[in-house]
Ligand binder design. Structure first.
Ligand code: TRP
Length: 332
């Protein structure tokens, strides 16, 4: 039988999606759900390792569910759910805490970074975060887990934990591979084109839900380069600002760099920046409108994440039962 490979991805609902997330990753996902059996979940259990404002957390989780659907994740073709809706995550998370070593967790770079950043709240959850993430993954026996560079260490520790567990109890867990996804565009900040677009610098960052006026304003203010030729030419080293906007323009319009250079030949940056802004406005318009429509349709959204949790739970509980049995827990 030709079973599809399983892919799983957890998303932290700790902020809003921006153009860099979209062009760099999310845009390729609709293609992925055709090829693989995909699970996407909002990792709200992970998010509370850093203090959250309750109303804002709730709104962000729902907005993200709506946004992913609006970006083309058809909930009929993949499983979208909210982590806290499937208790098996917390349950297996505890079990794996007992098979994860203090020393291993102490070496995690994310723990070191986050505890330096939130000195007033270095909680135990922040420390055991990787064991919960291992549970998220192992419950669904995925073949691979697409992650960015910053999460690779967490997938590696997940493999170590799984191998340790399998070493004691036999083959319980499938060992997942980290999969550094084929990157789409690497989008840089509009007002600081040497660093990646990020929410920590909002002026240089286009949020998917930004209104058209806001997007246009950000592009008009985008920094261009202080070279003397003042022409639209792709040269990331010498002209990082212009090249970044060409990259963005190319990915939303499908035009090549040569075509873009020809289009703006003799026209300077004054014509180029608003043209990129408008192209981005048009690319994001359907996503923003669809997200707003979905957010207003509470019962539809609820239907999506309930059905997702039901599907996820079925698979997750199967794995959890097996684990409990292997460990020697008395079945209820
Ligand atoms: N730690 C991931 C991040 O911060 C989110 C996450 C939680 C995740 N559980 C996961 C990613 C399982 C992949 C698989 O981005």
């Amino acid at each position: 039988m030709d079973e599809k490979k399983v892919m799983l991805s957890g998303i932290q609902p700790s902020g809003e999606l921006h153009l860099g997330n979209y062009l760099g990753a999310v845009r390729n996902w609709p293609e992925m759900i055709e090829e693989f059996d995909c699970y996407f979940f909002m990792a709200d259990l992970h998010t509370i390792t850093v203090r959250q404002e309750p109303a804002q957390l709730r709104r962000r989780v729902l907005t993200q569910v709506a946004q992913y659907i609006a970006c083309g994740l058809n909930p009929e073709k993949c499983t979208i759910f909210i982590q806290s809706h499937v208790p098996a995550h917390a349950q297996l998370g505890w079990v794996l805490d007992c098979y994860t070593m203090f020393g291993e967790l102490s070496r995690m770079t994310q723990f070191k970074d986050k505890s330096a950043k939130h000195k007033d709240n270095i909680n135990a959850g922040l420390f055991t975060y990787p064991a919960l993430m291992a549970a998220d993954i192992l419950l669904y026996q995925p073949d691979f887990v697409p992650v960015g560079e910053d999460q690779k260490q967490h997938v590696e520790i997940c493999r170590d934990i799984a191998e340790r567990f399998n070493g004691i109890y036999g083959d319980v867990f499938k060992i997942p591979a980290p999969h550094i996804p084929k990157v789409g565009a690497r989008v840089m900040s509009l007002n600081d084109p040497t660093s990646k677009m990020s929410k920590s610098n909002l002026e240089g960052c286009v949020i998917l839900m930004d209104k058209p006026e806001e997007i246009m304003r950000k592009f008009k203010r985008a920094v261009t380069d202080s070279d003397t030729e003042r022409c639209v030419r792709f040269a990331p080293q010498e002209k990082p600002g212009v090249s970044n906007m060409m990259q963005i323009y190319a990915s939303v319009t499908g035009k090549t760099f040569e075509e873009i250079e020809a289009e703006f030949e003799g026209k300077g940056y004054g014509a180029f920046k608003p043209a990129v802004g408008e192209a981005v406005v048009e690319a994001l318009r359907p996503i923003r409108e669809e997200t707003e429509r979905l957010l207003a349709d509470k019962s539809y959204l609820e239907g999506v994440y309930k059905a997702g949790a039901d599907r996820a739970e079925y698979t997750a509980n199967k794995t959890l039962r097996k684990v409990y049995k292997k460990i020697g827990f008395v079945p209820r």
